[in-house]
Design a protein around this ligand. Structure first.
Ligand code: PGA
Length: 250
């Protein structure tokens, strides 16, 4: 049985004061959930998050890492550095990185290799844009992204995939539970084909306007193992209820 996982992607939000308040409430609210819970604050808030999550079941991750190990790469943070400060998780290939920073499938693959080498637990995001969806290319795009990131990588059992249709991120639109479930089944088939991975052992999350109001229905689908949550993860009550929905997954 795959343990449900809920990750909060805080993106570029927060101050020391708001991180303290939000994380204190999340740690208290989540308690000992059957679901695994991880929050991903901005780099500058990671140390504070470790301190606030110490002695709790809430894990901490970063939102990105460099594909390089070390060197003259101004502004970059390596996977090794994250590992060294006690970070366990890292989100890779988020659509906002692909869209605003021109991240290619090759770059995501290099980041994934670096993250695995450093012993981090990577969450690789894939998903089609509205245009691609309308052109009937959703499965083609998701396959390309999966193949681009995962082909030839070792230790894939450690990797979590997040299906995040770009048109659903931050828009209030969500894939219907049936649509998301269909894509998750497709993703599992691809995982077996591309990487020879055991798809039943890997967790596949859904992301894109997950809220307390739609979480139970999404997580009720057999192939949706939890969520990557943006906006709603900045509200402790919403997030706690999303975690509860994941924890109730059979
Ligand atoms: P959202 O973001 O929940 O605000 O749609 C999800 C994400 O970008 O990971």
């Amino acid at each position: 049985m795959r343990r449900p996982l809920v990750m909060g992607n805080w993106k570029m939000h927060g101050s020391r004061a708001s991180v303290r308040q939000l994380l204190t409430e999340i740690v208290r609210g989540v308690g000992a959930s059957p679901a695994e819970v991880v929050v991903c604050p901005a780099y500058v808030h990671l140390q504070q998050a470790f301190a606030l999550c110490a002695d709790s079941a809430v894990g901490v991750g970063a939102q990105d890492c460099s594909h390089m190990a070390a060197g003259a790469f101004t502004g970059e943070i390596s996977a090794e550095m994250l590992q060294d400060i006690g970070c366990r998780w890292v989100i890779l290939g988020h659509s906002e990185r692909r869209q605003y920073h021109g991240e290619s499938d090759d770059l995501v693959a290099a980041k994934l290799a670096a993250a695995l080498q450093a012993g981090l637990l990577p969450v690789v995001c894939v998903g089609e844009t509205q245009e691609e969806r309308e052109a009937g290319e959703a499965e083609y795009v998701v396959t390309r992204q999966l193949r681009g990131a995962l082909a030839g990588q070792a230790a894939l059992k450690q990797v979590v995939i997040a299906y995040e249709p770009v048109w659903a991120i931050g828009t209030g639109l969500t894939a219907t539970p049936g649509e998301a479930q269909g894509m998750h089944v497709f993703i599992r088939e691809q995982l077996a084909e591309i990487a020879g991975a055991d798809p039943a052992a890997m967790r596949v999350l859904y992301g894109g306007s997950v809220r307390a109001a739609n979480a139970a229905e999404l997580f009720g689908q057999p192939d949706i193992d939890g969520g990557l949550v943006g906006g709603a993860s900045l509200d402790a009550d919403e997030f706690r209820n999303i975690v509860a929905a994941a924890g109730a997954r059979q």
